[in-house]
Design a protein around this ligand. Structure first.
Ligand code: NDP
Length: 317
């Protein structure tokens, strides 16, 4: 049901018969700009209450204001995914304060009476400092800490906040085809590492963390070029490979949850998107780059989990 437009995008509001309502909350990390901002925009157009988070309060509030002024249910909170105290403050706020939120468009207050609604978390925040095949200890540490450990920390923090429901809660991780295990180009050439990551049954958090540790140790002692790691955008590719592996692992763990308490987790590649990360190069708009995240977050009860997508189609890890 198209009710109008916001920033040129049709305002759909809640579809009749859809599983979500305006009390359904979606959290998007790194949403002050780029793909994250667009994910917030599109989810809010679908009628959800969306929490736009940003590590910088000033720019985050400005970004949220743009959407609030378009009449959308968007609230802001600070969140730095590599700062445990920021994650803790954020989850406390969700628990305590989201009972009341301001709908700025009409300056009235709505009460979220029933918090027993599904939640979606879109782990979008990410960094890349590689420009080709060069590397540095500082950049490698920052990229792995943000893209992999930051995403993992957020998933762990959000799990207890996701409420039981028939439709299931959803987690979408924004990843990249650069992190594919089976890619023809830029894949891990170290057979031992690849086999460990391919083995769905044996895959564990410890294995993924150990692989990241080994890589970082090799960057520090200068031996990483012989380690069989991806050849280009090495830190970034490896961080996304870890996100993909963690997505598969968590899907397996979540599958053991009883019916009614399921959490579905998937990841996707947005394509080469014109954002600050690519220096506004690329051939995909942020709007199109956000599309698969929104689609995955709002899937009807099809119970898709542990998969990797591009342009709404499943692709190989
Ligand atoms: P941008 O650089 O425009 O946006 C990245 C966002 O992540 C910014 O809001 C940034 O905040 C935020 N961020 C970085 N570190 C943290 C942190 N520690 N805590 C919270 N937020 C943080 O890039 P994109 O929009 O392109 O990237 C979004 C996602 O898409 C990333 O995960 C990226 O890897 C992925 N991706 C992008 C592709 C592309 O072609 N653009 C291709 C494939 C994947 P701040 O403004 O403060 O820096």
């Amino acid at each position: 049901m198209v009710l109008g437009t916001s920033m040129g995008v049709p305002f759909i509001a809640v579809w009749p018969g859809s599983w979500w309502t305006s009390e359904t909350i979606a959290v998007v990390t790194g949403a002050n700009r780029g793909i994250g901002f667009e994910i917030v925009h599109q989810l809010a157009l679908h009628g959800l209450t969306v929490v736009l988070t940003s590590r910088d309060t000033g720019v985050g509030e400005e970004a949220a204001k743009v959407l609030q002024e378009g009449g959308l249910n968007v609230v802001f909170h600070q969140l730095d995914i590599v700062d445990p105290s920021s994650i803790e403050a954020f989850t406390e706020w969700i628990k305590q304060k989201l009972w009341w939120y301001r709908y700025t468009g009409t300056a009235c207050f709505h009460r979220l009476r029933k918090m027993k609604k599904d939640r979606s978390t879109i782990n979008n925040a990410g960094v890349n400092y590689n420009a080709g095949s060069e590397n540095s200890v500082e950049n490698a540490e920052k990229v792995i800490a943000t893209n992999y450990y930051g995403t993992k920390n957020m998933i762990k923090a959000m799990i207890p906040l996701m409420r039981p429901s028939d439709a299931g809660a959803r987690i979408v991780n924004v990843s990249s085809k650069l992190g594919r295990l089976s890619g023809r180009r830029n894949r891990i050439e170290n057979d031992e590492v690849r086999k460990k990551l391919e083995d769905d049954e044996a895959l564990s958090e410890e294995i993924i963390d150990q692989i990241m540790d080994t890589f970082l140790e090799q960057v520090k002692d200068g031996s990483w070029t012989d380690g069989g790691w991806p050849q280009v955008f090495t830190d970034y590719s490896l961080s996304k490979l870890a996100v993909n592996a963690y997505t598969r692992l968590m899907a397996r763990i979540f599958s053991e949850r009883p019916e009614g308490e399921k959490i579905y987790i998937n990841c996707y590649c947005p394509g080469w998107v014109k954002t600050a990360m690519t220096g506004w190069a690329g051939h995909v708009s942020p709007e199109d780059g956000a599309d698969t995240a929104v689609w995955l977050a709002l899937l009807p009860e099809q119970f898709i989990t542990g998969k990797f997508f591009s342009e709404r189609r499943e692709i190989h890890f």
